[in-house]
Write a new protein. Structure first.
Lengths: 124, 381
């Protein structure tokens, strides 16, 4: 079973072998409101942990999406361009942003697991 | 949209009701205001265009100008020194949009001016100004009004806007005579027993009314209005996307102390007599721009793609030369796409002119368009 980890900026990364699928949490999509545009990285792009890798725009504002790990983007979600609201409707599923080949698995240890993220949300 | 403020936030008489309705609150112009309700900005925007939205705009400044001699002309002449609109020509109950100009012809604030129509008060002027500017506006008026014209700030009034194609019908179920109220006129009447001043106006491009009511009656009136299934509460988020689609200026963004009413495309709000006679602050610049054209012009801009171009985005000509800046930009739910307005050099202001919008380091194509983006649906009667 794939493990999911979270950042304090509310991105998740679902880990499947050496590839992670990155998106934003249910909490994050709720805070953003209606998503109307998503800008995604191109396949092959090198990203560093904490770098702005994508942009999500609601009616009101634009927000950066930071890569939870360093690595190389292997795929961006092709469905978000035509249906950005998928980020609101199914953030953990069809609303993923991009897949990244994880360069340094040790970086994953710095992220929160499901229980730690839930506890973190309770502090907000 | 709001500016950072020191000290505790102010609240409107509807503050507790917003909480009860599940609003998400944000600081705006020093007030704790609802930015959205649980359904969210998109649904609220669409509801207003399809039915009727209720907006708490009690943070705005409401005041009266009262001439001691009881003559309307005294009040009108005093206000005409500060605004370029023809105030003198207002008939009892009639309303006009205008701006407070400064000596350089820039805009200190924009406002609605109404000559009261209520018997015995036909010599009074009623003004509604922006929340963020109201203290400065009051000081400006006090500094310039002649002896014999008194500014009365109405801190005891709330202001509720009901906007949308069903708005007037919904309010008229509680006050039937409202159905015949003409666009940009006002009336004083009881809405299901609550005394109110109602103007057929708004800030969404839709038909609708703005209701000025005693603060003590605001919650009761709002509950009566929301009891109608056609009416739902709408936050500042959708208020902004609605006015942007309607091509209407937001003070502090699309107009400010550096922009003239001519550059801003508000020439329509300066009536013929005032254009010729002047006699208001900054008239020299404004009359010069009327004669020669302004160096820059507020225009609508439609990005070709889906990426919104936000406030501050650089606007370039097709060959990459800087020609202006976006002053408001976002996503329009009704047009289902991104939209912006901003100032460009007059040579590029013609509708259809291709432009580039610099978004996150990339030049995205777009074009200058005629506003409004979503057609106005005012009922002019």
């Amino acid at each position: 079973m794939a493990t999911t980890k979270y950042t304090k900026d509310h991105e998740y990364i679902r880990i499947d072998g050496d590839v992670g699928t990155v998106g934003i949490s249910h909490y994050a999509q709720e805070q953003l409101g209606d998503v109307v545009f998503v800008e995604l990285p191109s396949s092959g792009k090198a990203v560093k942990k904490g770098d702005s890798a994508a942009v999500v725009e609601s009616v009101k504002a634009a927000s950066d999406i930071y890569s939870p790990v360093s690595g190389q983007v292997v795929e961006a979600n092709p469905d978000l361009e035509g249906a950005p609201a998928t980020v609101n409707d199914d953030p953990a599923g069809k609303g993923w942003f991009f897949k990244v080949k994880i360069a340094n698995p040790a970086e994953l240890d710095e992220l929160m697991d499901e229980a730690a993220y839930k506890a973190f949300l309770d502090t907000l | 949209m709001g500016e950072p403020q020191d000290g505790p936030l102010l609240t409107t008489p509807l503050h507790a009701l917003h909480g009860e309705l599940g609003a998400k609150m944000v600081p705006f112009a020093g007030y704790d205001m609802p930015v959205q309700y649980p359904t969210g900005v998109l649904a609220e925007h669409n509801w207003t265009r399809a039915s009727a939205g209720l907006f708490d705009v009690s943070h705005m400044g409401q005041c009266f100008l009262i001439p001691e001699d009881g003559r309307y002309e005294t009040a009108a002449a005093a206000l005409e020194t500060l605004v370029p609109a023809d105030v003198m020509a207002l008939k009892p109950g009639q309303q006009r949009y205008s701006q407070f100009t400064n000596a350089e012809g820039g805009i200190l604030d924009d406002l609605m001016i109404t000559r009261l129509g209520h018997s015995g008060h036909e010599h009074w002027l009623y003004l509604v100004v922006n929340a963020a500017c109201k203290d400065a506006d009051y000081a400006h008026m006090r500094a310039h009004l002649p002896a014999g014209v008194t500014l009365k700030v109405a801190d005891d009034l709330a202001l509720i806007a009901v906007q949308g194609p069903e708005a007037v019908a919904a309010v008229a179920t509680l006050a039937p005579s409202l159905a015949g109220l003409k666009f940009m006129t006002s009336v004083d009447l009881a809405i299901d027993g609550i005394w109110a001043h109602v103007s057929r106006t708004g800030y969404t491009g839709e038909d609708g009314v703005e209701i000025s009511v005693k603060s003590a009656d605001a919650v009761a009136l709002t509950r009566k209005l929301l009891a109608d299934p056609r009416v739902k509460p709408i936050g500042l988020g959708a208020r902004d996307s609605l006015r942007l689609e309607a091509g209407l200026c937001l003070y502090g963004h699309d107009i400010d102390t550096t922009t003239s009413p001519i550059e801003a495309g508000l020439t329509w709000s300066i009536q013929k007599r005032r254009r010729a006679e002047g006699g208001f602050l900054g008239a020299a610049r404004i009359q010069k721009e009327l004669a020669e054209g302004a160096p820059r012009q507020r225009v609508g801009i439609l990005p070709d793609g889906r990426a919104p171009a936000r406030e501050g985005t650089a606007v370039k000509s097709a060959d990459g030369q800087p020609i202006g800046t976006v002053t408001s930009g976002g996503f329009g739910p009704t047009i289902n796409g991104p939209l912006a307005m901003g100032y460009v050099n007059r040579r590029f202001a013609e509708p259809g002119t291709p432009v580039l919008l610099e978004v996150r380091g990339k030049d995205l194509p777009g074009k200058v368009v005629t506003m409004p983006f979503a057609p106005h649906r005012y009922v002019r009667g």
